[in-house]
Ligand binder design. Structure first.
Ligand code: ADP
Length: 486
């Protein structure tokens, strides 16, 4: 198949969150299965053209599109996804992409991504490269399915299908209603509560959800959750009208980076057959945080953005009492919300033998925490997929999570399903529920046989991108069938 993969972030060029990781991995794996993928990405000024060996494409220079009634020029730079043969086409517009930040609050934020999406079609036409599927990701590319259906399917793209993946429904690309009139869409329906109206405004994501041949998200549970008012952020009705065409495909994790047997960022690599070595990493981690090493209390790890989404407001009211009980230790790596940073900092001040805190972003410390902690805590209020619980399972670090999104799809609770368990889950977003789950985990820690079993089961999990890529290929094939029926 030929797949046009459109994204606003892609590792290693530019990343603010999980979308960047998916975009850097999935096209590579689809390409590895013998398909032809081209990735499209804006050329933000933060991307270093020399470092990434990008070259200016003369043949595609001087192209323009019509935006808000005027011609807008852009150029194209070419690169490859590292360790692959996947072409990456960077759309450059001095007007729109030479800014200090990737996403902005500027008045023309809508135009930046309108330009990007119009340019993608213009380039595809110019190259005469007609994809079987256009894969759009999140709001910045969510109008591609709309443009395809209302404009380009009438042209060369009559057999092209579209897939839209929602990585986090919290980001919807909502602008003034005049946004949609900046691109000339034949057959555009402007009825109230139609695809081009969202609470009196216009949302890229809503329009995309209405027009994509297939809509997907990054875990099966999140696919169900976003059809409810609790999680849908006002788009639940739009999602529900797509019914069973909204599918969940779990992200994979990069096994070349997150593998305890070959991880160059941890002092003592280990695998499922040498789990004793994990305790050497624990000692190194405790020393790093200047915590006592002369006993064997279970060590809990946290690595996270400190935001409301991550559920640490559930931990705050119980933190002092569990630290006072003294039957566990904590290491925390994170940054974000000032209040939460202070909560952790003052706990470390008051209980210096119980909790170590590092405020900031530290890639190598995050690996040491995965390798050295016994238990990993993710009490998220919502979690589209989540990566750290999968890293934890790979590292024999037992996850304690709330039952939501991708956490619910990857962690199996010990007391609910002992034969398949790999961790501990709680349901309601309440501090007492979290406390109970933590106590359940801690009380099992001394049962060495059981703990080993849980660790080995987690380490045997398959979170490879190969599996996810195969699921996306099925989605692509389904989209082709759906588009043929239109
Ligand atoms: P989200 O994308 O919502 O932040 P995920 O669990 O999907 O949550 O992915 C977060 C990624 O960012 C993980 O790889 C995690 O290890 C990493 N991360 C988050 N905070 C930090 C930090 N302070 N230092 C190092 N890595 C971090």
């Amino acid at each position: 198949m030929k797949i046009c993969f459109a994204t606003s972030e892609c590792v290693p060029f530019v990343k603010t969150g999980g979308l960047g990781d998916v975009s850097g991995a999935l096209p590579r794996f689809i390409g590895g299965l013998g398909h032809e993928v081209k990735v499209f990405l804006p050329l933000y000024s933060t991307i270093d053209r020399e470092d990434h060996h990008l070259s200016f494409d003369k043949k595609l220079s001087g192209l323009s599109v019509e935006l808000d009634g005027r011609p807008e020029e852009f150029s194209v730079w070419l690169g490859k996804l590292p360790d692959s043969d996947v072409d990456t086409l960077f759309i450059h517009s001095h007007t729109y992409f030479d800014r200090p930040h990737i996403y902005t609050d500027d008045d023309d934020e809508d135009e930046r991504y309108l330009l990007f999406q119009l340019a993608i079609f213009r380039v595809l036409e110019e190259m005469k490269w007609i994809p079987d599927v256009i894969h759009a990701n999140d709001w910045p590319t969510a109008l591609l399915p709309v443009l395809l259906r209302l404009r380009y399917r009438l042209r060369a793209f009559s057999k092209t299908a579209s897939v839209l993946t929602i990585h986090n429904i919290g980001y919807q690309g909502t602008f003034d209603r005049s946004t949609i009139s900046k691109i000339n869409l034949p057959g555009k329906r402007t009825t109230r509560s139609g695809p081009f109206e969202h609470y009196g405004r216009f949302s890229f994501l809503k329009a995309g959800i209405c027009f994509a041949d297939v809509v997907s998200t990054v875990s099966p549970t999140y696919a169900a959750e976003i059809q409810t008012s609790e999680f849908g952020r006002g788009l639940e009705d739009a999602i529900r009208t797509r019914g069973d065409r909204v599918q969940g495909v779990l992200n994979g994790i990069d096994d070349s980076t997150w593998n305890p047997a070959s991880d160059s960022l941890i002092p003592y690599p280990y695998d499922a057959e040498s789990l004793n070595v994990k305790s050497e990493n624990k000692r190194a981690l405790l020393e790093r945080f200047q915590l006592p090493t002369d006993d064997d209390l279970p060590l809990l790890g946290i690595i996270s953005r400190l935001t409301d989404q991550k559920g640490f407001n559930l931990l705050e009211p119980i933190l002092e009492s569990i630290l006072r009980e003294g039957d566990m230790r904590f290491v925390v790596l994170g940054s974000g919300d000032k209040h939460l940073q202070n909560v952790f900092r003052s706990a470390a001040h008051e209980f210096p033998d119980q909790i170590g805190v590092h405020i900031g972003y530290d890639e190598s410390l995050s690996h040491l925490i995965e390798a050295g902690a016994d238990i990993f805590l993710m009490p998220s209020l919502y979690e589209p997929c989540g990566l750290n619980q999968m890293y934890s399972l790979n590292y024999g670090t037992i996850p304690v999570v709330r039952r939501t999104g991708g956490l619910a799809d990857t962690v199996v609770d010990l007391d609910e399903d002992p034969a398949n368990a790999n961790g501990f889950i709680f349901d309601r977003a309440e501090p007492t529920e979290l406390e109970r789950a933590l106590h359940r985990a801690i009380s099992r820690y001394d049962d060495r046989f059981l703990w080993r079993l849980l660790q080995k089961r987690g380490m045997a999990s398959d979170f490879s991108w190969t599996t996810s890529a195969a699921s996306y290929l099925s989605l692509y094939r389904e989209a082709v069938v759906v588009s043929e029926m239109q």
